[in-house]
Design a protein around this ligand. Sequence first.
Ligand code: UDP
Ligand code: MG
Length: 311
Amino acid sequence: MALISVIIPIYNEEENLSVLYQKLNEIAIQAEYDFEFIFIDDGSSDGSLRIIRELSTKDNRIKALSLSRNFGSHSACLAGLMYSNGDVCTFISADLQDPPELIHRLINEWRSGYEVVIGVREWKKDSGQFFQRLYYRLVRKFALKNMPESGTDVFLIDRKVVNAVISMGEKNTSIFGLILWSGFSQKVVYYKKGARYKGASKWTLGKKIKLFIDTFVSFSYYPLRVMSFLGITIAFTGFIYALIVIAARLFYSKTIEGWTSLMVVLLLVSGVQMILLGVLGEYLWRNFDESRRRPPFIVKDFIGMEEKKEK
Ligand code: UDP
Ligand code: MG
């Protein structure tokens, strides 16, 4: 019988855990597979970890890792992958926005031979979410062409893909990006994304911006191209203008006055330069961070499982 690893990143979700567990139980009862549920406590400061410990004493399918602090849900998912044993792994969020029942549909597609099955939310035409749409549109255009149009939060991946993603061992990246980047045969399943069961979203604006930049820096060199392009355009324009000014002085003895225009050009060009330095810095910092070889997460405690020996 195939073993399915369900990986759930958890950050301050104490109100959702018991209902989540109930749902997971229902799924497991109906199915003709074995399940393991891997809860990753991503440095919660509420009672989540205590509840996870309680659940794990009752049910030996529950395994959990407690991370030493909040590393972000993508690192938490990577931790889950590294400590999973399943023939397939799937991620779901603890707030029940992605209905756990969806797992059955994902598994069916996997059984028919797809290595990556993606749950894509159906998006109503007029349902706001402007920035989220823009994000996915930009990602599709400049970074990952095979990103579904309305993005995705739910994945089910074969062991082959799991091993590929683990072997990359990257930080400051999007785990979903790595899965899409790695290729493999891919199938999309549509579902209705619900509202959060309890509590508020744990993704702050700062975290979203970080993910946005991570995705681009990890999977695209477009921002660097834009830098070169802007540089060439500005330099070329400047060169032509210099010729005009010199010609005017030589042939017509005209000097072009212009404190105002000078200031405008100066401020504009130095502003653009600063922005572009920032872009460069984003790449450079990630390079530096990678070269320090700090791990993407640190496990403080293993619950319901043995610490894994080095493979
Ligand atoms: N999460 C996490 N670490 C974080 C932020 C979120 O493990 O730093 C978890 C969270 O507990 C949930 C999942 O990631 O299970 C999705 O987060 P959330 O529902 O807050 O995001 P949204 O649905 O708003 O995108
Ligand atoms: Mg959510």
